[in-house]
Design a protein around this ligand. Sequence first.
Ligand code: PDD
Length: 300
Amino acid sequence: MQAVSTGQTLAAPIPAQTAYLNGEFLPLDQARVPVLDRGFIFGDGVYEVIPVYDRAPFRLEEHLRRLKRSLAAIALTNPHDDAGWSALIDTLIAHHPWPDQSVYLHVTRGVAPRNHAFPEGVKPTVFMMSGALRLPSEAERTMGVSALSLPDFRWLRCDIKSIALLGNCLLRQAAVEAGCKEAILFRDGWLTEGAASNIFVVSHGVLLAPPADHLILPGITYELTIELARTHGLPCEVRPVSEAETRAADEIWLSSSTNEVLAITRLDGKPVGGGMPGPVWQQMAQWVAASTRAQRGRGR
Ligand code: PDD
């Protein structure tokens, strides 16, 4: 039978990027996955987003370690060892013109008849793509960004970097509809994280970070930020942070691989501290920039 076009068009054209799919590099707009892939049917898979500076992946070891944790948490065998992933990522980066990129990689449980229980003997689907790294704009860095507080209604395994992101999408969309860059999530009166970022609070000169338990993703940028605070002697406490402390904060930041560390200067329409990126953020932003600069020096 001949294939019938659905006439469906994509809202935005797929850019001329190269994808990796199950052993093959090919144009992104030609990459195809069968509809019975468990990633499509159940969101049964995990992913990573790795920033690349000057063609070298930043904190690759840490990203691959988190990938292994996520895969183990959903009982999926890692399809590649670290050297294998590293070689694939390097080849993918080499296919693209930008020195700074954002590599997305994704592993699902593979293609099987629809049944919630895991299939046996199925090969995982491995997909990767890379785009230009789009860091926050100059205006966002200078002025900070707005956030909307929302109840964290996601599941209780937010430590797994799962591709099932409907909760995160609904929360981010609510923030965007309110004219904000990010949602700040609270569960039972405690700060968890953002829809796609970790959240830090500065209170009386002390950096506060919620613990990396099952309620948040252990962000690679979150770990870097805490590491830099400790290296430079900035007082830092990793402990539960209450909603009241967050609302009374002198500074609030978000962190992620594609935003680095960014100041949140308005929460629910009210200024955070003085309403501008604060001095502790200025300092941390410099330390983060120094780390990525050091990485640039190692670029290939
Ligand atoms: N998101 N928490 C959530 C829920 C996230 O989705 C992310 C990152 C983070 C920060 O993690 P890291 O510092 O490792 O980027 C925290 C990525 C960037 C995304 O989904 O696009």
